[in-house]
Ligand binder design. Structure first.
Ligand code: SF4
Length: 448
């Protein structure tokens, strides 16, 4: 499959200009792609899924780790070979020299969230049709996700300087979107039939820090731009609201009562990265794992149904066996429901590259395997406790005669699923199911 096959196609009249679009990278980049696609459609461009039919191709790149850089360079190469008129945008666009050195014929290179620059380059090299078909644009914009869920990006950039990460270098410091604009987008999505909103940014809990929690307006009412107020307002829109990338600031505690009252989903994606205070300090992360454990316990007291998702890095430079063991001990106590683990790999430009005592690849792999084995046991035990429960699920699709759905505990793409074996339920609709069995990561259910 070519990269362009991953793009969307929308039927339009024949006199429109055709633009190919390749979208790579994380959900934040996906939202950038959606904004650019929305703007293109509002100006009457057609989105083509074939290089041959396209008048020009936009490639939205990712530059997070070396493999993402490679994938992005391959995608640009393919677009250059197959079409030849290419605009490059996204995180890798910050490294414009690398791109123009390799592909001198590229028409333009912009950085991430440079919507206007992309549109200006598009106008220069592929002028829009004279009569934009504004009425073709659905008010919720163009979505690359299935119709029933959507990502809602609330800010760009990040004020932290975690030593393993170059996102602030690529995307700059935090810039929060106005609360009225965010809520207006969310309402449009709700009106269009979206059932679940995944709130994303580089640092969701920092929302509003850069604007000093400026007051905005929504539905004629003044609202402070902070995460709690935003969550409360989103919680009134009748959709599942799922919080991702929540950096562990103290004020995150204020979200938990909203989860207990089912205003937003009892789901917190809170990257912790490690549990050893020394390693956390080297990572330039909050370094109090004992306090983290206390907070997790307090959250579960207030909201027993909460699902905690986190990510951890093993094999960070200088990580000793004792420090890795500290991480395992923390996980045994914290019993995180959903966990992603990465073996540390150096990223060009990250300050962690200068740290001494890098961990041997074999040891990284061995620690990764031990951590994932432990987590598989914890996950299986936690899922066993759900057998016999009735729960609401959102149906994502069908496979092998089963309906594949997700509960409040499962984010799309990264968590487990609820497999309903007795009925093919309508996709994008909620259903009540009875949990009959569980394995390490998924639940088996029948319609209640
Ligand atoms: S909080 Fe996230 S995006 Fe910001 S520097 Fe740390 S890892 Fe990178």
């Amino acid at each position: 499959m070519s990269d362009l096959d991953k793009a969307v196609t929308i039927a339009t009249p024949e006199d429109t200009k055709n633009v190919g679009f390749v979208s790579l990278g994380c959900p934040k980049a996906l939202v950038d792609s959606e904004r650019i696609l929305t703007q293109m459609r509002s100006e009457g461009y057609n989105i083509s899924n074939s290089y041959d039919n396209a008048d020009l191709v936009v490639v939205n790149t990712c530059g997070f780790i070396d493999s993402a850089i490679e994938e992005s360079m391959d995608a640009i190469n393919e677009a250059m070979n197959e079409n030849g008129k290419v605009i490059v945008t996204g995180c890798l666009g910050k490294e414009s020299d690398m791109i123009t050195d390799a592909f001198p014929e590229v028409l333009a290179v912009t950085g991430p969230h440079a919507y206007e620059e992309v549109m200006t380059a598009l106008h220069d090299h592929c002028p829009p049709p004279h009569d934009p078909h504004l009425d073709l644009l659905p008010p919720q914009g163009i979505k690359l996700t299935p119709k029933h869920y959507a990502y809602l990006k609330i800010s760009e950039g990040c004020n932290h300087r975690c030593s393993f990460c170059i996102i602030p270098h690529l995307r700059g410091d935090l810039v929060s979107r106005p609360i009225g604009e965010v809520l207006s987008e969310a309402q449009n999505l709700a009106n269009a039939g979206v059932r679940e909103l995944l709130v994303v940014s580089q640092d969701t809990s920092a929302y509003g820090v850069d604007t000093k929690y400026q007051t905005g307006f929504w539905d004629g009412k003044p609202l402070k731009s902070n995460l709690q107020t935003l969550a409360e307002a989103l919680g009134e829109m009748g959709m599942w609201i799922r919080m991702h990338y929540v950096y562990p600031y103290p004020h995150v505690d204020k979200l938990i009562p909203l989860m207990a009252k089912n205003k937003i989903l009892p789901y917190l994606d809170i990257p912790m990265q490690h549990a050893s205070p020394r390693i956390l300090k080297l990572m330039k992360r909050p370094a109090k794992s004992a306090r983290m454990l206390e907070r997790i316990n307090a959250w579960r007291e207030i909201c027993p149904q909460i699902t905690i998702r986190s990510t951890f890095i093993v094999g960070f430079p200088g990580e000793t066996e004792a420090e890795f063991q500290e991480l395992l001990d923390f996980l045994k106590q914290a019993r995180i429901n959903r966990l992603g683990c990465f073996m540390y790999s150096p990223v060009d430009g990250a300050t962690a590259n200068d740290l001494p005592n890098s961990v041997h690849e074999e040891i990284k792999q061995e620690r990764y395997d031990r951590l994932m084995t432990l987590q598989a046991e914890i996950s299986a035990e936690l899922l066993q406790e759900k057998i016999g429960q009735t729960m609401t699920v959102l149906v994502d699709g069908h496979q092998d005669g089963n309906s594949i759905a997700r509960s409040a505990a499962d984010a799309p793409e990264i968590d487990g699923a609820v497999i309903i074996t007795d009925q093919q339920l309508p996709v994008g609709e909620f259903a009540q199911v009875l949990i009959t069995d569980a394995d390490q990561y998924d639940l088996i259910a029948s319609v209640a």
